[in-house]
Design a protein around this ligand. Structure first.
Ligand code: HEC
Ligand code: HEC
Length: 115
């Protein structure tokens, strides 16, 4: 009986771990279904609104990459990755890693890089 229970533990422990990982993993939200989020835009156009100074800033804990279409799926859940899309754009995360301008969820302030 004790052996049976121990065996059960070996099976349940990894399963519980897997569930925990899946629940805490942050998945990229899908693109909203509106004209602002048409798929034929460049990533630079996305950044006009999603820059750290834009009207809808990305949170501070956002991945440090600007190739939006590699991660964000369309409203139907289909991914449209653009081969060769730059991961770092002018004005993007590399120019100011405070994606949320310090106003994001993490609230981490990074001092500006020396000139
Ligand atoms: C004209 C401004 C504008 C442009 C351009 C724009 N967005 Fe947005 N985006 C918004 C606003 C405002 C919201 C939040 C309101 C909403 O969900 O519609 C948003 C929301 C989002 C979300 C979050 C959706 C969610 O459920 O939380 C993602 C992801 C996103 N945009 C990605 C992009 C990408 C990628 C592009 C380029 C293809 C882009 N945006 C272009 C204004 C813009
Ligand atoms: C490496 C994958 C990846 C790339 C590339 C990427 N994102 Fe995201 N994005 C994510 C993830 C993951 C989240 C959820 C982050 C979180 O919950 O903290 C997210 C969240 C967002 C949100 C939602 C913020 C909110 O208000 O909830 C917006 C808007 C957004 N991304 C826009 C963009 C835009 C615009 C680009 C391109 C310039 C881009 N992302 C590139 C993975 C990515």
């Amino acid at each position: 009986m004790a052996r049976r229970r121990r065996l059960l533990l070996w099976v349940l422990a990894p399963a519980a771990l897997l569930v925990a990982v899946l629940l805490t993993r942050s998945t990229p939200p899908r693109l909203p279904a509106d004209a602002n989020h048409a798929l034929d835009q460049t990533e630079a156009q996305c950044l006009t609104c999603h820059l750290h100074t834009g009207k809808r800033v990305r949170p501070d804990d956002h991945p440090l990459r600007d190739d939006c279409f590699s991660c964000h799926r369309d409203p139907r859940g289909v991914l449209h990755p653009r081969p060769g899309a730059p991961t770092s754009l002018p004005g993007g995360w590399a120019d100011d890693p405070r994606l949320g301008g310090g106003r994001g969820t993490a609230g981490v302030r990074v001092s500006p890089a020396p000139p």
